[in-house]
Design a protein around this ligand. Structure first.
Ligand SMILES: *[C@@H]1O[C@H](CO)[C@@H](O)[C@H](O)[C@H]1NC(C)=O
Ligand SMILES: *[C@@H]1O[C@H](CO)[C@@H](O)[C@H](O)[C@H]1NC(C)=O
Length: 494
């Protein structure tokens, strides 16, 4: 996913000035990273020194006056996480039929919009309609040769029902590879228009059997389509238009199967953070905690997506920055973890803000934290803001109204200046999907089946930050449904 994300405008590197909804993609964990290669003799030396030390000191002291035992924390986290995997129940992969139904729903939107075909390149949208992504098609870099999928409405002469006809434009020499991708299809054979390397692909498409009866066809181009292809289509006889709200709505409204997968991966990701927290000890760095959480997520078959771990004042920058990673955990650190994983093509994106457990009472004489009272207060305000936003997630409410519900709580508490980003965004196969929950988005109306992040935060520069992020499903009637299992309940109960 990393290669693909780097060409996607939603997924740039997070700079301190970037909009906070941009996530920094996490590099895949590589077991051969040098910092994990500790030689046998170093290990022996450490073990020896440690046991001598243990002999002369109460054991509880060792844990925080010594280097933390990362391997032990790692084992603890994975064991806790695996003790309850019920979040994986009832979340089967998307079936072939569903991909075809998605295209039929799109075809119906195209008829309403008077468009002849929807055209897309391998990417997230292709994954949604065709079950293949950019990575499946081209693992190295985007190809200069257009390979396109076309979804065209066809109207039944008998009952007037609209369904989708799917076709492809492919370089001739790649035809076999396209057929091997396993794209779900009604037909036994995919309908592929081929072009030779010395032909113009756009003219080839225009003159093909697909458009022989259509005078200057109108194509709706996907948002991920690269500009040079759109220009090529426009220059050689097509008229292109952008996404319409009707077309976007197809992907925005999740099916029951999608909701089940979103519930599984998001509930599981929260469970991973919750499982890890009691294992954490002072002295661990942000990078070590990132690695521990990554391996915890991998242990149940999730794949890594992003994982931002920030302690104390680092958390006041919503997505961290280049200087973060080395700060050490203390009993007073406000820990902010914003993490997403993938499971069967679906994304999680959750955030928790918490403290680690206080030292054993026999030794509990650490200096009082002057920020403690404010941490508790801010933590609670952010939770109340999240509650207010969840209450506003009803059909026909504007996207803006949901952001404003949360923002009003934070502003009334005097921290409006500290809530520096929008409330949230749609989520599905991509972590960030439309509609976006910001206070200017009065155009988008919530509809049943839409899924959103609800992630208010307060960021106090030089002190700490707090953000709570959960996922909600807008229901036809009543309150939005939580897809993250359980919300945060306290500083020690993320
Ligand atoms: C979709 O793609 C995934 C990953 O390649 C594959 O495991 C799954 O079987 C495919 N689903 C269908 C319905 O073809
Ligand atoms: C939302 O608005 C539409 C159009 O006005 C209406 O038909 C529908 O019943 C409304 N839905 C709800 C849940 O109020």
């Amino acid at each position: 996913m990393y290669q693909y994300q780097s060409i996607n405008s939603e997924k740039g590197t997070a700079l301190p000035t970037s909009p906070p909804t941009i996530k920094t993609p996490q590099r895949q964990y590589s077991p051969s990273r040098p910092r994990f290669r500790i030689s046998f003799f170093t290990t022996l030396f450490f073990l020896g020194t440690f046991s001598l030390y243990k002999t002369f000191l109460p054991s509880s002291l060792c844990s925080h006056h010594h280097h933390p035992d990362v391997a032990k924390v790692q084992r603890c986290s994975i064991t806790n996480f695996k003790s309850d995997l019920s979040f994986l129940d009832n979340a089967p992969p998307i079936q072939a039929d569903e991909f075809l139904q998605r295209r039929d729903r799109l075809a119906q939107a195209l008829v309403r919009n008077k468009v002849d075909a929807f055209v897309l390149e391998p990417g997230y949208t292709f994954q949604y309609y065709g079950n293949i992504s950019q990575v499946d098609w081209e693992p190295w870099e985007p190809e200069e040769r257009p390979f396109l999928m076309l979804i065209m409405p066809q109207i039944s002469p008998h009952d007037g029902k609209v369904s989708a006809k799917t076709a492809f434009l492919s370089p001739h020499f790649e035809e076999g590879r396209v057929r091997m991708l396993g794209i779900p299809s009604h037909e036994a054979e995919l309908d592929i228009v081929i072009w030779e390397e010395h032909w113009n692909p756009y003219t080839t498409l225009l003159e093909s059997r697909l458009f022989k009866d259509t005078e200057s066809p109108t194509l709706m181009v996907d948002e991920e389509m690269r500009d040079f292809i759109v220009r090529g289509l426009d220059a050689y006889g097509f008229r292109t238009v952008g996404l319409t709200p009707e077309a976007e709505l197809v992907r925005q409204q999740k099916s029951a199967a999608e909701v089940a997968l979103l519930r599984a991966v998001n509930t599981g990701t929260v469970a991973a953070v919750r499982a890890m927290r009691p294992c954490l000890v002072p002295g661990l760095t942000e990078d070590q905690v990132t690695s521990i959480l990554d391996k915890t997520l991998l242990s149940v078959g999730f794949s890594l997506f992003f994982d931002i771990v920030l302690f104390e004042e680092h958390g006041a920058l919503p997505h961290g920055g280049f200087v973060t990673g080395g700060k050490k955990l203390t009993y007073d650190s406000m820990v902010v973890i914003d993490v997403g994983a993938h499971y069967l093509g679906y994304s999680s994106d959750i955030c928790r803000s918490f403290l680690i457990d206080a030292p054993p009472s026999s030794l509990g004489k650490h200096a009082a934290d002057p920020l403690r009272a404010e941490k508790e207060k801010v933590w609670q305000i952010v939770l109340e803001a999240q509650t207010a936003a969840a209450g506003a997630m009803k059909p026909n409410n504007t996207a803006a109204s949901v952001d404003i519900a949360a923002r009003t709580v934070i502003e009334d508490a005097g921290y409006g200046y500290g809530f520096t980003h929008r409330l949230g965004h749609g989520i599905g196969i991509k972590a960030h999907e439309s509609p976006y929950l910001n206070k200017w988005n009065t155009a988008a109306l919530l509809q049943p089946g839409m899924t959103f992040t609800n992630e208010p935060g307060i960021y106090l520069e030089g002190k700490f930050g707090v953000r709570h992020e959960d996922i909600y499903l807008v229901k036809e009637d009543g309150e939005a449904e939580l897809l993250t299992g359980q919300r945060a309940r306290g500083l020690y109960k993320p």
